[in-house]
Design a protein. Structure first.
Length: 264
């Protein structure tokens, strides 16, 4: 794998042309005198509008927008696309959609975004949308239990081996975290299933850490809110009783509400 440069996360400024990410300011005219510089230009990315399949990203600038440039980098470090789109002075805070056409189907590892305002300043941010779901055999728990039984341990050992192999191949992307999300079927109350899925996700997370996994691990339970198979209420559906293992640099999005990743 080619070396991937050190990555900057969204909300961090990329290398500035002048100070704090702004491009060079025009020299003040006599009428301006010692007029202060405007506040630093801010570029933000709406994570909920990052569409890798549709190859589109939504950006906002804190000042009127002249144009937005993006660079899309693949997992190997290759540049998959570079695009520039003019916005003709769109007002500050306007959602600015930019699309790209990649040179290959390689997995996107990083998207760099550079926003230019109408005064000649620019600033940049980058996001790292790369993540991978670990295929695995599901651990079977007894009814209403979060105890990992001895016969289920080989499944977790196999999953740990897969996680370690992927980490070894992708460590140059940045600091990875293992995210574990628990799910249930619709048998039982919503509240009960939410609590049960959270306990089971935590139990698996604790098992991985206890077996020497050096990565940060976070967990959350989603209960019956994100079924793999849509069913009626009180339906015993084994495919919905599952746990997701996701390796990612940035936290995967969770459904709206009170769900939030919890560090082990």
């Amino acid at each position: 794998m080619r070396h991937v440069p050190t990555l900057l996360l969204a909300a961090s400024l990329l290398a500035p042309a002048a100070a704090r990410g702004d491009g060079p300011a025009p020299a003040p005219s006599p009428a301006q005198g010692t007029q202060a510089r405007p506040p630093a230009l801010e570029v933000t990315i709406d994570r909920s509008k990052v569409d890798l399949k549709g190859r589109q990203i939504e950006v906002k600038l804190s000042r009127a927008a002249a144009k937005v440039r993006i660079k899309v980098v693949g997992q190997s470090g290759a540049v998959l696309a570079e695009e520039e789109k003019p916005f003709g002075g769109a007002a500050a805070g306007t959602p600015l959609a930019v699309t790209w056409t990649p040179s290959s189907d390689e997995t996107v590892a990083r998207i760099e975004v550079y926003g230019h305002d109408t005064q000649g300043y620019w600033a940049g941010v980058a996001i790292i949308p790369w993540n991978v779901s670990i295929p695995h055999e599901e651990v079977q728990f007894e009814t209403n239990s979060d105890i990992i039984r001895a016969p289920e341990v080989p499944k977790l050992e196999a999953s740990l081996q897969k996680i370690s192999e992927i980490v070894a191949k992708t460590s140059e992307l940045g600091k990875l975290t293992l995210f574990i999300a628990g799910h249930t079927d619709t048998v039982g109350s919503v509240e009960h299933n939410l609590a049960l899925s959270r306990r089971r996700a935590r139990a698996i997370a604790a098992w991985f850490k206890g077996r020497g996994l050096k990565l940060p691990v976070a967990f959350e339970g989603l209960g019956e809110s994100a079924p793999l198979v849509k069913t009626a209420d009180q339906t015993d559906e084994p495919r919905n009783r599952r746990v997701d293992y996701i390796l990612s640099i940035e936290p995967p999005r969770l459904p709206s509400g009170e769900a939030s990743w919890k560090a082990l």
